[in-house]
Design a protein around this ligand. Structure first.
Ligand SMILES: [Zn+2]
Length: 283
């Protein structure tokens, strides 16, 4: 897969339809959801679909839990929010569904997706001098710079009836993630993650006596979750590997991947934002 000329660490999949606009300023960073799957290849699949579809639709970015794909340069226009929205915005498609509710947005897959999107929104906010605040539809229509949803574009200009990313999208947490990105709060390195993963490979978890290594092999999301928790534990207490292992064992003394995910959420509590952010560093 080709790499983006604008952000060389991103995959680049240009769509069939977009507008070569050479914008010199951008008003809005706009959040959408795809109303599709939230799997490990959902961003790649969404971008690939925009290469085939013939209805003239595209977005600047697709994000899923472990990747971001860029499709249109931010100076150009993507085709996803009609005339006003397309002219004014940089458009981010988050893989997932608007109606998944507060808990759905907080699950491991969606927090990973939010973290991927936050990372890229922060980079564009910096590049285009866009403040990290959510605008009202009135402000959007008046030309204020900031963040909004496709729903706010619909209310501001009445050119469409789209309501994504929906009423339970975690705006406060998401914008906090973007701010943290801008402040450089990203303490994990890939080397840290590898070291901790190696240390916990043979820890037994679950009623079945399954090891973390086995669980990781069958569930990539569980791997990400475990590594994130391990790193969080390491960051908050003296980074003793044994303490990390103890923390993970205490958190995942159940069994199935579903139970693991539930236990993770229970353990994380109000740290869920941090986890989502950290997940972005795990790809
Ligand atoms: Zn939309």
């Amino acid at each position: 897969m080709a790499q983006s000329a604008e952000y060389p660490d991103l995959k680049w999949v240009p769509p069939k339809s977009w507008t070569n606009a050479n914008r010199t300023s951008v008003q809005l960073i706009v959040i959408h959801d795809t109303e599709g799957s939230e799997g490990l290849t959902s961003a790649e699949d969404g971008a690939a679909y925009d290469q085939r579809r013939t209805d003239g639709t595209s977005a600047h970015y697709y994000h899923d839990q472990d990747s971001t794909v860029q499709c249109v340069l931010t100076a150009d226009q993507a085709h996803t929010a009609r005339g006003q929205g397309n002219r004014r915005g940089i458009h981010h498609e988050l893989c997932g569904k608007a109606n998944q509710g507060v808990a759905g947005w907080a699950d491991v897959a969606s927090w990973g997706t939010l973290a991927q999107a936050a990372r890229q929104c922060a980079r564009d906010a910096k590049k285009w001098d866009i403040p990290v605040k959510r605008l009202t539809p009135t402000q959007v229509a008046a030309g204020a710079k900031g963040f909004c949803g496709h729903d706010d574009i619909s209310k501001a200009f009445r050119e469409s009836t789209h309501t994504d990313p929906g009423p339970t999208f975690p705006w406060t947490a998401f914008l906090d993630m973007v701010r943290d990105e801008l402040e450089g709060i990203m303490p994990i390195t890939p080397a840290d993650v590898k070291a901790i993963a190696a240390a916990v490979q043979n820890v037994e978890v679950g009623r079945s006596g399954q090891t973390l290594g086995q669980m990781i092999q069958v569930n990539t999301t569980a791997l990400q979750a475990l590594l994130v928790l391990a790193k969080m534990e390491a960051a908050e207490i003296p980074p003793s590997v044994q303490q990390v292992v103890d923390g993970i064992e205490a958190a995942f003394g159940t069994g199935s991947p579903e139970e693991t995910a539930a236990a993770l959420k229970a353990v994380l509590g109000d740290k869920a934002e941090q986890v989502g952010r950290l997940l972005a560093g795990q790809a």
